[in-house]
Design a protein around this ligand. Structure first.
Ligand code: BDP
Length: 594
């Protein structure tokens, strides 16, 4: 799905700002038709932001159910004759949208965009009222899963993942205009032949006008380096400046649609990073060169705004990544805002792009999170309907992110149950689907410590092995020597599989300011010693091609746990992005030789 943009034929209007807002825990609004009139008893709510921590008290923080948003905007008068589209970059986790009382779209899935053609409902120059109801309930049929429990004190949301269930409109909302005959989608693939860069493209056009398609490829200075005609084609760039880790060199494909008489119909500009990705033996190659991932599993998480996208945090976080010498991150545990990928493209940062399938593991949920235990995969829990939701989440992820050079690997789940026949049966078709949707990138999933080598039945379906391991934290707590022996032994077994191994999580909770002369868990010294132990293990196993620490920064988790103190403290930076001692230790390792 294309991002809206401003070109000679297209225009956007951001709907960011203060919207009218009202919580609806008893789900009355739809029946009472709140979408038909100005929202009564409303208060202000910023968009984009998660609503939970904006409000004071548990009402917003622990809200389960619907939340209503409403705004009015004037449709620019210059849009007469255009197609007008209303687009939400995300609504967490499900939404229904009305324009002046008419329902225009419903969407399920909290981290991918959706839109509605509202041309027939709006008049350029006039105001329209946009009403959205966002539901944040998680069930066994949603991605990620959860259970809503009825209690004498109201409904409570239980979930099986370790980050707070931030909800609402956390990303941009746009009203935008395109010509009626328009570029509907574009898929770009790139290759390298000798010193030539090869850009393949496929343009999908919608609308009734007869048209021709022209693609002009420009380098970063705007100079034309090649062109092609037709809806599909190839542009060869001699001596191409490639996109590479640390060198986010971007070309731009200017896609132009013209009428038979040559008049301009539509223009869409697609950035292109010419690069290749390949798994060969135990190597992960970018442009044919072995790549070693350094960096983090991250979260979209900051004080007050929750998961609300914020360019200040985006740029600051990436400055910190550069300072520490990180070359990559995983979008743990859901697709991030599109601004993040655009910026990673520009910086030459490498991204492992993950779908929001996290918490599909009742062994882990029961053991760590406590409470009632369930069977992970069963007709009553995660079932065929859930798998279809998972498949749809993968489709929407790839449709959105397929053209980002920074994205080099799809992660189709984090730490699901993977040591049972049921898990294998569940995941096999999802791997096949991902490969069918994108033939150019490797696919994997993130394996959990409970399914070690020899027990995991899903790992062999992936092109790479992604492992989350907490030797020295959840096992061998405080015993780094014992941890080192056990960890190396397990890793050597995985290395025998002949695939590249990325350690996608290793980390230790650390309260900034706690110091100790002995290896005390929770102290800054322990986090450093823990990371150093891990690095000794990685450096002794050549199949390890990546290390991503859990986590970049401390982050919010559910309010209902006895093993989290004000959130997860495995950050190398605090939640307000101050370095712990580990940040300096990582910087020394990751900037060696730089
Ligand atoms: C892993 C999860 C991650 C958690 C982390 C932890 O993938 O989401 O936050 O462990 O326990 O199980 O800190």
């Amino acid at each position: 799905m294309l991002r809206p943009q401003d070109t000679p034929t297209r225009e956007r209007r951001s709907l960011a700002g203060l919207w009218d807002f009202r919580l609806d825990p008893t789900l009355d609004g739809v029946a009472d038709r709140w979408f038909e009139r100005p929202l009564a008893d409303s208060r202000a709510m910023p968009v984009p932001a998660s609503y939970n921590d904006i409000l004071v008290g548990t009402e917003g923080r622990d809200h389960v159910g619907d939340a209503w948003y409403q705004t009015t905007t004037r449709v620019p008068r210059g849009w007469a004759g255009d197609r007008v589209v209303l687009r939400f970059d995300s609504a967490t986790h499900a939404a229904t949208v009305w324009v002046d009382g008419t329902e225009v779209v419903r969407h399920v899935g909290g981290y991918t965009p959706f839109e509605a053609d509202v041309t027939e409902l709006v008049t350029p120059g006039e105001e329209v009222r946009v009403t959205v109801v966002v539901n944040n309930e998680l069930t066994f049929q949603t991605i990620p899963p959860g259970v809503v429990q009825e209690t004498p004190h109201g409904r409570r949301q239980q979930y099986f993942h370790d980050f707070f269930n931030y909800s609402g409109l956390a990303r941009a909302v746009w009203l935008y205009a395109t010509p009626r005959t328009r570029v509907e989608d574009v898929t770009v693939t790139t290759d390298i032949r000798g010193t030539d860069g090869v850009v393949g493209y496929a343009v999908e056009v919608a609308g009734d006008d007869e048209h021709t398609v022209e693609v002009v490829l420009r380098d970063a200075d705007g100079a034309e380096v090649g062109r092609a005609e037709g809806a599909t084609g190839e542009v060869v760039v001699p001596d191409a400046h490639l996109w590479a880790p640390g060198d986010g060199y971007l070309h731009v494909a200017e896609i132009t649609l013209r009428c038979a008489d040559g008049a301009l119909l539509d223009r869409y500009d697609q950035t292109v990073g010419i690069r290749t990705v390949e798994v060969r033996g135990t190597e992960f190659l970018i442009n044919g060169t072995p790549f070693h991932f350094t960096g983090f599993g991250r979260h979209e998480d900051s004080p007050v705004r929750g998961k609300g996208h914020d360019d200040a945090f985006l740029v600051h976080d990436m400055e910190l990544m550069r300072w520490i010498g990180a070359n990559s991150f995983r979008t743990s545990h859901y697709p991030y805002a599109e601004e993040v990928y655009d910026y990673a493209d520009r910086l030459g940062l490498v991204v492992i792009d993950e779908v929001a399938a996290v918490g599909q593991n009742m062994g882990l949920a029961g053991g760590i999170f406590g409470g009632q235990s369930y069977t992970t995969f069963s007709p009553e829990t995660i079932n065929d309907v859930s798998r279809e939701a998972h498949a749809q989440a993968i489709r929407e992820l790839i449709a959105r992110d397929k053209n980002h050079p920074s994205v080099v690997l799809w992660s189709i789940a984090n730490e699901p149950e993977s040591d049972t026949d049921a898990a294998r049966a569940y995941f096999e078709p999802l791997f096949a689907l991902t490969r069918e949707l994108d033939t150019t990138r490797p696919v994997g999933f993130v394996n959990v410590m409970l399914a070690p080598h020899g027990k995991c039945q899903v790992s062999e379906l992936g092109d790479v092995l992604m492992l989350n391991r907490y030797y020295g934290w959840y096992t061998h707590t405080g015993d780094l020597e014992g941890a080192e022996t056990a960890w190396r032994a397990e890793l050597e077994q995985w290395a025998g599989d002949g695939k590249p191994i990325i350690i996608t999580e290793y980390g230790a909770d650390t309260v900034a300011g706690v110091h100790s002369l002995t290896p005390q868990p929770w102290s800054e010294e322990y986090q450093v010693a823990y990371l150093e132990m891990n690095h000794r293990v990685f450096d002794s196993v050549p199949a390890v091609v990546g290390e991503q620490v859990w986590n970049f920064a401390d982050f919010a988790t559910a309010s209902t746990s006895v093993f989290r103190v004000d959130g997860n403290k495995k950050g190398v930076f605090t939640r307000d992005r101050r370095p712990k001692a580990a940040a300096h230790a990582l910087r020394r390792r990751w900037t060696r030789g730089a």
